[in-house]
Design a protein around this ligand. Structure first.
Ligand code: UD1
Length: 373
C-alpha cells in the first residue's frame, strides 16, 4: 500500500514512535493518537515525536478524539496500551480500561467506517501464552501451567512435567499453544488481540495481531520501573547499581530488536496472506536474564556484578521463545538484527541518557502487595 493515510495509536511510545518514523520515511501520511502518559514520557513529553506526523493528544477511551483521529484513515496500527505487568496486578481497573475498553471503543469507531479501513494491525504480546512450550522426554510436548507456590517456595525453578514430574526442556512456542495469561496486563492483551480479530473477521476488515516477544531498543522508558528487564537493567547500571535478578537468573526470553518489530508491521501492509491471523514476532533464540545483565554491563563498561536476590515475582514464567515459522511463511518475516548488534545500538543511546532509578521503589511496592516473594 503506497501513500496511505495511517493512524498509529500509541505512536509516541517506544515501539509506536519507531513505527511512525518508518511509515513517514516511506511517504505515508501519519497521524498519532497518544495520551503522553507521564509514567512513560516524564513531565516534558517525548523528545522523539516525528515532526512530520500529526499528533492528537488524547485518551484511547475518548470517543470524540478517536472519531477525529480516524478521519480519512485507511490503515490503523493499534499500539496504545498500559504496559506494566506487575503494576497491572494492583491497578487492574486502569489496565482493563485503557487496554480492553480502549480497544473496544476504537473498534466501535472502526466498525462505523469499515468501508474506509483497509487494514488493522494490533500489538499483542507473548504474555498471553503464560509459560512457553516444553518437552518431556517421557511424555512428549506439554503446555504446563505456572509453577506452584510450593515449587517456587522450595526454589525449584525449572518446570516439571504435569504428568510425570520429570524436569522439562523449553522448546519454541507456536501460536497453537493454549493461551494462559498470568497477569491482568496479559488478560487485557489477549482481549485486545481477540477483540480485533473477532470484529475484523465479522466486518471484513483485514486484521492481523502480532504477538511481540521481549522487545528492546532505543526510546525505551528507562525511568519506568515497570518496563522490561533490559531497560530496567540499563537504568540500574547507569546509576552504578547492580541489576537485581529474580530466581536464579537462568530463566530465558526471546529478545527482539525494535527494528524487527517495525519490519513485521511494514510487511503487514504489503500482503493479505496473514489477514485474520495472530503471529509470533520474535527471533527464535533464547537468552538468559543473567547473560543479558552481563552483556549490558560489559557494553556500558560497568564493572558491576548483578545481584541474584533469589526472590520470585508472582505470575512470572520461566522460559518463552518464539516459533516464528508462521510469520516467515505468511509474511516473509525474518529477524535481521543479531542480539549483540541490537544491544550495541541500544547502548550507544543509553550512554547519552540519564535515568532515575525507581527499581527499588517498584520492588517495595510489589512486595507490599505480596507480588514479590
Ligand atoms: C512481561 C510480559 C511481556 C511484556 C514485558 C515488559 C509476561 C509473560 N510477559 O514479560 O508481554 O512485554 O513484561 O513489560 O507477562 N527480571 C529480573 N530483574 C528485574 C526485572 C526482571 O530478574 O529487575 C526477570 C524477570 O523475573 C523475568 C525476566 O527478567 O524472569 C523478564 O522480565 P520482564 O522483562 O519483566 O518481561 P517478561 O515478564 O518476560
Amino acid at each position: 500500500m503506497s501513500n496511505s493515510k495511517i493512524l498509529v495509536t500509541g505512536g509516541a511510545g517506544f515501539i509506536g514512535s519507531h513505527l511512525v518514523d518508518a511509515l513517514v520515511e516511506r511517504g505515508h501520511e501519519v497521524r498519532i493518537l497518544d495520551k503522553l502518559i507521564e509514567q512513560v514520557h516524564g513531565t516534558d513529553g517525548p523528545g522523539h515525536l516525528n515532526p512530520h506526523a500529526e499528533l492528537i493528544q488524547a485518551d484511547i477511551c475518548d470517543e470524540n478524539a478517536i472519531r477525529r483521529a480516524l478521519d480519512g484513515v485507511e490503515v490503523v496500527y493499534h499500539q496504545a496500551a498500559e504496559v506494566g505487568v506487575g503494576q497491572s496486578m494492583y491497578e487492574p481497573e486502569r489496565y482493563m480500561r485503557a487496554n480492553t475498553m480502549g480497544t473496544t471503543i476504537l473498534l466501535e469507531a472502526i466498525r462505523q467506517r469499515r468501508a474506509q479501513i483497509k487494514k488493522l494491525v494490533v500489538a499483542s504480546s507473548m504474555s498471553i501464552y503464560g509459560e512457553g512450550g516444553y518437552h518431556c522426554s517421557r511424555c512428549g510436548n506439554v503446555a504446563p501451567p505456572l509453577r506452584s507456590t510450593e515449587q517456587l517456595r522450595s526454589r525449584r525453578w525449572e518446570l516439571e512435567c504435569p504428568r510425570c514430574k520429570n524436569e522439562l526442556l523449553p522448546i519454541a512456542t507456536s501460536e497453537d499453544k493454549p493461551l494462559f495469561p498470568t497477569s491482568v496486563y496479559a488478560i487485557s492483551k489477549q482481549d485486545q488481540e481477540q477483540l480485533c480479530l473477532v470484529m475484523g473477521r465479522a466486518y471484513g476488515i483485514p486484521t492481523i495481531a502480532f504477538r511481540y516477544f521481549n522487545v528492546y531498543g532505543t526510546r525505551q522508558a528507562l525511568s519506568n520501573p515497570y518496563t522490561g528487564v533490559c531497560a530496567i537493567f540499563c537504568s540500574r547500571l547507569l546509576n552504578d547499581r547492580p541489576p537485581l535478578i529474580f530466581e536464579d537468573g537462568e530463566q530465558s526470553r526471546d529478545f527482539i530488536h525494535v527494528s524487527d518489530i517495525v519490519q513485521a508491521n511494514l510487511l503487514a501492509l504489503e500482503s493479505d496472506a496473514a489477514d485474520f491471523h495472530a503471529l509470533n514476532i520474535g527471533t527464535g533464540s533464547a537468552t538468559s536474564v543473567t547473560e543479558m545483565s552481563k552483556m549490558l554491563a560489559e557494553g556500558l563498561g560497568k564493572d558491576v556484578e548483578p545481584q541474584i536476590v533469589g526472590e520470585y515475582r508472582q505470575g512470572d514464567i520461566r522460559h518463552c521463545v518464539a516459533d516464528i515459522t508462521r510469520a516467515k511463511t505468511l509474511l516473509g518475516y525474518a529477524p535481521k538484527v543479531e542480539l549483540k548488534e541490537g544491544l550495541n545500538d541500544l547502548l550507544e543511546w543509553v550512554k547519552e541518557q540519564s535515568a532515575t532509578d525507581l527499581v527499588e521503589q517498584a520492588r517495595l511496592e510489589l512486595t507490599a502487595h505480596n507480588l514479590v516473594q
